[in-house]
Design a protein around this ligand. Structure first.
Ligand code: GRF
Length: 190
């Protein structure tokens, strides 16, 4: 059984999809949900599924390596970032090299990097007059959105699309693909 941790800062709709996807899996268990926000809805959702949760603060995350012990206690093999906005410190990247991925709501390397998250991404896509956008799943390295790309999926952007409709399309695409890509990485199947 592989133990997966999900790191999420916000609403957690991707986290929910991943938890539901692996709920009955004999191969993958979502064993921990980590958030940097004490009142993140994702924590309530995880608790409803009886998944252990952990709230971290900047001191623990950036000034110690104590998180590694906690991850080890939960026997975490793999980390999926799903709307987690803090930059991952080098000790954690190093410990989970090739075993930590992020999902980004655009076709990297376009529209990535510091400050490019949430509505900022979709507003930039609209402002640039792009005719397509999509998602990127990539390994995590110590820079924002720069690790090796694992998977991309695309969707069209029309003249009538707004940042809001683009966001909805991309999020639907994320829900469709993230769990399957994780399954492939964790079990070698899809
Ligand atoms: C997603 O768009 C993801 O690509 C980005 O943050 C968003 C998280 O949404 N990294 P949710 O919290 O899973 O609903």
């Amino acid at each position: 059984m592989k133990h997966l941790a999900i790191f999420a800062s916000g609403g957690g709709s991707n986290a929910r999809k991943i938890i539901e996807y692996f709920k009955a899996s004999p191969e993958v268990r979502v064993a921990l949900v980590v958030s940097n926000k004490k009142y993140a809805p994702v924590l309530d959702m995880a608790a409803e599924h009886r998944i252990p949760t952990l709230v971290i603060d900047r001191a623990l995350f950036y000034e110690t390596e104590g998180l590694l012990d906690i991850l080890a206690q939960h026997r975490i093999d793999f980390i999926a970032l799903a709307g987690f906005l803090w930059l991952i410190p080098p000790y954690l990247v190093g410990a989970y090299q090739g075993r930590m991925v992020n999902i980004h709501p655009a076709l990297l390397p376009k529209y990535g990097g510091k400050g490019m998250y949430g509505h900022h991404v979709h507003e930039a896509v609209k402002a640039a007059g792009e005719t397509e956008t999509g998602l990127t799943i990539h390994y995590v390295n110590p820079e924002y959105d720069e690790g090796a790309v694992i998977f991309q999926a695309r969707c069209p952007v029309g003249p009538d699309d707004t940042p809001e409709t683009i966001a909805a399309k991309v999020l639907a695409l994320e829900h469709r693909h993230y769990s399957e890509v994780l399954a492939g990485l964790l079990t070698g199947s899809q």
